[in-house]
Design a binder for this molecule. Sequence first.
Ligand code: WT7
Length: 634
Amino acid sequence: MADNNEIYNPPAELVKNANITKFMEKHGLKTLDELLTKAQDYEWFWAEMAKELEWYKAFDKILEWNNPFAKWYLGGKFNIVHNAIDRHMNTKTADKVAFIYEPEPENEKVERWTYRQLNTEICKFANALKKLGVKKGDRITIYLPMVPQVAIAMLACAKIGAIHSVVFSGFSSGSLKDRIIDAEAKVLITADGAYRRGKLVELKKNADESVKDTPSIQHVIVFNRADTKVNMTEGRDLWWHEITAQESDQCPTEQLDSEDMLYTLYTSGTTGKPKGIVHVHAGYAVGTYATLKFIFDLKESDIWWCAADVGWVTGHSYIVYSPLMLGATSVLYEGAPDFPNAGRWWKTIAREKVTVLYTSPTAIRMHMRYGEKWAGEHDLSSLRLLGSVGEPINPEAWRWYYKYIGGERCPIMDTWWQTETGHILITPLPITPLKPGSATKPFPGAKANVFTQDGHPIKPNENGFAVLLTPWPGMLRTLYKDPERYKEVYWSRFPGIYLTGDSCTIDEDGYFWFRGRADEVLNVAGHRLGTAEVESALVAHAAVAEAAVIGVPHEVKGDVPKAYVTLKVGFEKSEELKKELKDWVSKEIGPIARPEEIEFRDKLPKTRSGKIMRRLLKAEALGKPIGDISTLEE
Ligand code: WT7
């Protein structure tokens, strides 16, 4: 259980040497409170942070805030790739290892990519893209597994001003297709296959399925990951190694405007159509850089492992962009955390002497289930800091992580943020006293609160809606091609104030306790999934008349979807049909969306205006009181 008074103070040695302590000393700030108070002048704080990056031309205005549209660092000329790669080429970082890449099959060799090698590959690939006619502003969809080439592809796009749209390699061909269509991507970058739990995932086959219906795609570039036979369509499909072979290892980085688009990344909302979150070069760079530097305290000597997938925002911000901007060495692991057994991660940490590990509560709970004996077999004494992200961490998992992985020496940074926020916003720093289950306080320069239904700040320990009160540099700029939806989704519930969609409380010490989503969005194993997406997949099946999907708690995954389905006339309820519908959803969206349970109903509860009352189904499923039913149809 959570306890507001269970406090873990940070080790004195860690505090003394922390990057944030150095920053505070420089500015004459003595305590965390003093820091947070001073940084309420957020333009000051974010201008300070921007000075640590390199600009082709200095910005002349920090922020232009036409609520809800923000522009940061106006007048600046910038490219995130200059900061992640180019600027290291004249320093000793050039020959430092950027990525330690570990393939899932244990008989394959670990690769060590230096910054210089990365630069060479990025330049060659960028030149190849240019030869295919890719220009500034073009959209490129990337559907790659966790291999170094995913980072190379992203950085090559950014280098020449093209906009990448990474689609998680666990998504199905249908999800990939929708995202390509929305982005109107010119090129798709994929691999022949990838390994997951020893099985080959046939990415090229999925890609072929998708591009049947995506007229914007002119070329499909295929990275040969697994040496498997794939179909190559003459004129359209090209091998990565062939198109890069003859290219020059030099390629100028585009000098962009601060607000030029870097990428779009699709995430779930309350409708069936995913939202294309838009991030730009400069503000995103400053925000991700500052948060990694101060929260995870990265130093020259650290070995960083963000064990997320590049297909999600965590991978964009904390595997690819910010670690490279900081000149860090990171682990990039292709496969599953429990393959071939539950010791896989711990073995890698011991071998590479990983110092900071960032993962999700769902992964921690999975390891908890396997038992601490697996971690106990390896020397994890190199670890000095831990992190958690993706969903609220239950205090039991927190304590297990602290004890068995961190050896009771490593503070846990429970970092709250979203695809939309671009970087961490509510989080401890290495100097913050921790409470298991609390993301503690806003990062310097961020201002958050929790509101009641009618927009007043809650009283301590009351539940409400988490909101963000001031703009921040990495914030989404809009939804791709849909500024109206951007305004409506985030800024209309409380006019001019950013609605996170999370339910939260603040305790008497000002600590934030996130409780989960307050809307029709689930958090499955740390991944966002709209109930509406699962519903629209279900009703696309020939047998289904109507579907209602709710989230039910799951021991490891947090939430899992449960579906209530009414059938069309002529279809019989059966166990086989349940299985068929589950498989159907996996195929339509991806395995993460697979309903844990399907229940057939003759009728779904609806309001008089015809809206399905998921709330009632949920109350029933959880054995809770059903509340107000005055709007129920019958
Ligand atoms: C949603 C955002 C941010 C990268 C991974 C997920 C939940 C995230 C925490 C945390 C409680 C958290 C929220 C948020 N969430 N981190 N530390 N404590 N909840 O990105 O897919 O955009 O999901 O994840 O509900 O709104 P995302």
